[in-house]
Design a binder for this molecule. Structure first.
Ligand code: RIB
Length: 330
């Protein structure tokens, strides 16, 4: 599908310029306007016709709150949302909350004052009251990825527990006899769901107890430290499911330091499917989240709510995919 970014790149202008030309706004030169229209025709780009019918626009801006900018998973989400926003002539404010309650709250207060057209929030440090207040202030909101199922507003996440079951079953299927988990943060909905998915497949083994689970924080360093902890607790470990790819990347260093051959002596699988996971040595098997699609669908849902604020909310839970690479190929 040709996107507004393809048109902008070929024309040598910004996506905002392309959007203004499509919507007959802004100050582009006649030559630029002609060139952009010619490229739109050449590439067969189809501007979203709904864009022009968007009503109740306040600032042509959408805010996207993410829990960190140091994990490649979130920029991949943001890219999907941004492409859709730009095709509707909307800009994005990207806000990094570090998943801290105070920063989430500060951003929500600031964004209410800036009359953003809508907000997409990827954070657990959010309350039902936050969402109710945004709604009563006429700011449509969609939660994404790190969300909690109890709120009534639109949300998009993936089948985290099923993904963890796929990962753990794969390690069992290739012959692993002692499988550990490096889990995500205590209070993280996605981490808890993945921990349950792992337990679904190991809870009945006589060797299993809580000591086979190490508590990480989704960072590379925590993957390294947690793997060392598991090696110390259980030298006979021969398979590990890391609840995200960054921790899977980190544990490779620990496996090397402990002289464990991957995958023959330690099979590894991660979660997310970030681009980097295919470039490690060995490349890491993972459970791929449709991150670009999630961002795209979140923005499309938000546009729908902007056009019809009182319409029903949608809760979407997308499938994940098992991606097999050398780190678990025996
Ligand atoms: O890698 C970071 C994790 O936090 C991802 O798995 C994503 O689901 C988010 O919850």
């Amino acid at each position: 599908m040709t996107t507004i970014r393809d048109v902008a790149a070929k024309a040598g202008v910004s996506t905002a310029t392309v959007s203004r030309i499509i919507n007959n706004k802004g100050q582009a030169t006649p030559e630029t306007i002609a060139r952009v229209h010619a490229i739109i025709k050449e590439l067969g780009y189809k501007p979203n016709v709904v864009a022009r019918s968007l009503i109740s626009r306040k600032s042509n801006t959408i805010a996207l709150l993410v829990p960190t900018i140091s994990n490649p998973f979130f920029p991949e989400l943001a890219r999907g949302a941004e492409d859709v926003a730009n095709s509707f002539g909307l800009n994005i404010f990207l806000c990094n909350t570090d998943d801290e309650r105070e920063k989430v709250n500060n951003y929500l207060v600031s964004l209410r004052e800036r009359y953003v057209d809508g907000i997409i929030i990827n954070s657990l440090n959010l309350t039902n009251e936050d969402l109710e207040e945004l709604h009563s202030n006429g700011i449509p909101t969609v939660t994404l990825d790190r969300t909690f199922p109890t709120h009534e507003f639109s949300s998009i996440t993936v089948k985290h527990r099923i993904g963890a079951q796929l990962a753990t079953k794969h390690l069992i299927d290739i012959g692993c006899k002692r499988i550990g988990l490096i889990r995500g943060p205590e209070d993280d909905f996605t981490a808890v769901q993945r921990m349950w998915g792992y337990r679904d497949y190991v809870k009945n083994f006589d060797w299993f107890d809580q000591s086979w689970i190490a508590l990480g924080d989704f960072s590379v360093k925590s993957g390294y430290l947690c793997m060392k902890e598991l090696f110390q607790r259980h030298p006979d470990i021969d398979g590990v499911f890391a609840s995200n790819d960054l921790m899977a990347i980190g544990l490779l260093k620990a496996a090397h330091e402990w002289g464990r051959k991957v995958p023959d002596e330690l099979a590894i699988i991660g979660f997310d499917g970030i681009d980097m996971s295919q470039y490690t040595n060995p490349p890491i098997s993972t459970i791929k989240q449709p991150s670009y699609e999630m961002g795209k669908m979140a923005m499309e849902e938000l546009i729908r709510l902007i056009r019809d604020p009182e319409s029903n909310s949608n809760k979407m839970e997308l499938d994940v995919e098992l991606i097999l690479r050398e780190s678990s190929m025996r």
